[in-house]
Design a protein around this ligand. Sequence first.
Ligand SMILES: Nc1ncnc2c1ncn2[C@@H]1O[C@H](COP(=O)(O)OP(=O)(O)OP(=O)(O)O)[C@@H](O)[C@H]1O
Ligand SMILES: [Mg+2]
Length: 425
Amino acid sequence: MSSDEKRAMGEDEQESLPPAPILVVDDREENLLAVRASLAAPDYRLVEARSGEEALKHLLQEGTFALVLLDVRMPGMDGFEVAHLMRRRARTRFVPIVFLSAEAIDLGSAYRGYEAGAIDYLIKPLDPMVLRAKVAAFVELYQQRELIRRQGERLARAEARNHELQLAAVQLEAERREKAALADAVKMRDEFLMLASHELNTPLTPLLASIQSLLFSARAGRFEPTHAVRSLELAQRQIRRLARLVSELLEVTRIEGGKLALSLTDVDLGEVAREVVEAHAEEGTRAGAPLHLEVRGSARGEWDRVRIEQIVTNLVTNAIKFGEHKPVDVIVEADGDVARVIVRDHGIGIGADHVGRIFDRFARAESSRHYAGLGLGLYIVRRLAEAHGGTVRVESAVGEGSTFTVELPARSARVDRGEETIASA
Ligand SMILES: Nc1ncnc2c1ncn2[C@@H]1O[C@H](COP(=O)(O)OP(=O)(O)OP(=O)(O)O)[C@@H](O)[C@H]1O
Ligand SMILES: [Mg+2]
């Protein structure tokens, strides 16, 4: 191989290639000496064996040789036998053999089927020039194969490393995302805690004020019934607000903990809607958002009555809160096996950028400065509807109002009569 070729094949490997190992097998010392003298070069490393058996031992130990120079006639195991055994072992099958023989060998008939060029012979006494030329040819082949093998190994190593790097990059990215999600969750929780504290605290000031004023008049012996009723009504409103917040928080805790138990009974959706509308009639009127109920047909089903009431209540209170002092329609209808409740307002509406997430936990489209709330109502609506095998959806346009529709199967496929626990999402 020319030095240019060697460079082309990879200078690093060429430099690091060790001397080519050559096994010389001959029972006669003078023959070994002759070979040793002819092949004394730094490119070769000679391993000598004085019998067929010893040759096999070296072949087993070393694994691979560039070439075996093999005396044919030896006491015990002769050269042909060694060659035969070498061809039967996978590790030595492809090691080229050059027989050293006193006469010509008919390789064509003796070694039919063996790889061409991997078997050859030299006539003794050996001509050093011929020996060197033949050995050089085999060694060059061997070194080329070695180079290719090493390059292959290097390539495989590089590929493995590349693969590892890619894997590490993917893992890193996953970790980064996880951390970001965690940070988001913590931020969300902190914001929620702030909001919740604020929301829970807000009713307390007017509640305390009305009680103080009642107490003050009672102590002073100036008890005025109209004043007392007003104070008590105010206190009642604030207590209801607090109770609603607390029950919302409890419900979310139950949903998240997978401990929401449904107790199913025969429920009339129209009746539930009527009760909710009546309970919120005053609140609606005060907010300039009178409630209109329309019940079309009998919409009954096997549901948890308290939860159905919660669903309708959350939608109605939202419609009043975000309804901009305009009437709110509540429609109940039966559609085959599906019962439907529709709550429609003509208020502020929801922007397209928010509409996708208002059913998520803590999601609020409006700032808490303008509208009180924890952002839990619609999440609870969705989870309760789903627990009944139903759905909730919204159609909305900013400035025009929103229409929320809840659909409930009369008998959900998942739940049978009795207690049922839903798993948290
Ligand atoms: N009828 C509606 N019109 C316009 N926006 C609405 C309406 N209902 C809900 N939204 C928007 O969806 C958000 C989430 O509603 P959700 O009922 O879950 O929370 P909330 O009313 O803010 O607080 P909570 O119900 O926990 O007291 C609201 O903050 C509001 O931005
Ligand atoms: Mg709400």
